[in-house]
Write a protein that binds this ligand. Sequence first.
Ligand code: FAD
Length: 417
Amino acid sequence: MSESYDVVVVGGGLVGLSTALLLDAAVSQRLRIAIVEARPPALPSSGSLPDMSLRVSALSPASVTILESLGVWPTVVAQRVSPYSGMYVWHSSTPGSFDHVLEFSAAELGTRELGFIVENDLLRNALWKKALAAPAIDILPPASPQSISISEDGAELLLSDASAVSARLLVAADGANSHLRELLNVHVEGGAYSQRGIVANIITERPHQGIAYQRFLATGPVALLPLKDGRCSLVWSCADALADELLALDDTAFSIRLTEATEAVLGDLQCATPRMAFPLAYAHADSYSGLRFALVGDAAHRVHPLAGQGVNLGFLDAAALAETLAINMPAQYADPGDPLILRRYARWRRRDNELTLSMMNLLHRVFAGNPSAADGRLAKIGGEGLALVNAIEPAKRAFAEHALGRAGDLPKVAKCQ
Ligand SMILES: Cc1cc2nc3c(=O)[nH]c(=O)nc-3n(C[C@H](O)[C@H](O)[C@H](O)COP(=O)(O)OP(=O)(O)OC[C@H]3O[C@@H](n4cnc5c(N)ncnc54)[C@H](O)[C@@H]3O)c2cc1C
């Protein structure tokens, strides 16, 4: 006998939790929702703030507006977030020349900040607690889906703890390697970049002053994101072989390489933590919906971190799904798994995300392919393009609007007040 719900969300990461909470809010707590998560967070005892973690995300103001609507943002702000009000992106075809720069500030865009650097764990813990407290949401004991059966009337999941759960709508939010997506036979277009993103926290000689820096190197982008405690979070994307080499260096040698790679834009840098590395890939699901299911977040799309868009797109998916259901199923007993309604969500978000994914792939190709002669020429053109965008006001604004998460067809809850 399986427990039945209106919606079962598989994956209790940032996007899955937001999806459950946004659905709950948008459909006025009329849906019974369950979350299936294999690895729940270890919540710290109340009042204690964990050490700063290495995984951070640059959140756009649009994402923050969504999190504010859920009442989660003030909890995170009370703990640790770092607003940033400037962005400095450069590409040096001639090292040391700082000749190709794209630079923008919150002030010139009429906003207080361009975004916020947030620790993934702090945000996830806040979302998790919110979901735990929501009467219409059940977080099930840790498990993962083993098998699935789907019919016109509903879906049933057999879970790894031998329990079963049924739903009128299944949401796959179980990340880039989504097992649920596989069980649903959804095809994914994509491939590896053959790069890894090295992350660490870095002590800088000069203060970051709330500015995010990114330099495009022939081998990939290196970014320094400002942290609340004065350090910077590093995301250094590079080919696998270079990543192996950099990871094998001791802290001093790594710090010297990093200072060189960033052209000492913040002076001498010192790696202050262990380094972690994540494989980078792109992927796009052929469809975001089907019989009794929808895909959100990295289960639907995976992008290069060079523009810090991944989770921001996921929050927009979550908000768009909630808005689509709220608009199209006003009646008490309407069906959240209605394929026509789900198709509206799928068309909306796939079209918007396709644009971002293509842009990321182009930027990757232009700035961070392999350093062959042809790509070197391409990179030079890219560098000049960066300077050109900086010089042409409407182009620069369009670029910035994208970074702020204000481009495209935004769900209402994401529109910044
Ligand atoms: C180096 C790096 C830097 C990045 N920086 C940024 C940034 O600055 N800004 C930004 O917007 N994005 C950034 N991203 C991307 C961002 O991290 C992802 O887009 C985001 O984490 C996706 O969230 P998600 O909830 O969809 O998936 P995930 O975070 O992968 O969450 C999936 C959840 O599902 C659970 N799960 C997985 N499989 C199962 C299963 N079989 N059964 C049950 N549960 C399961 C997992 O335990 C997890 O909790 C970065 C990525 C990398 C690699």
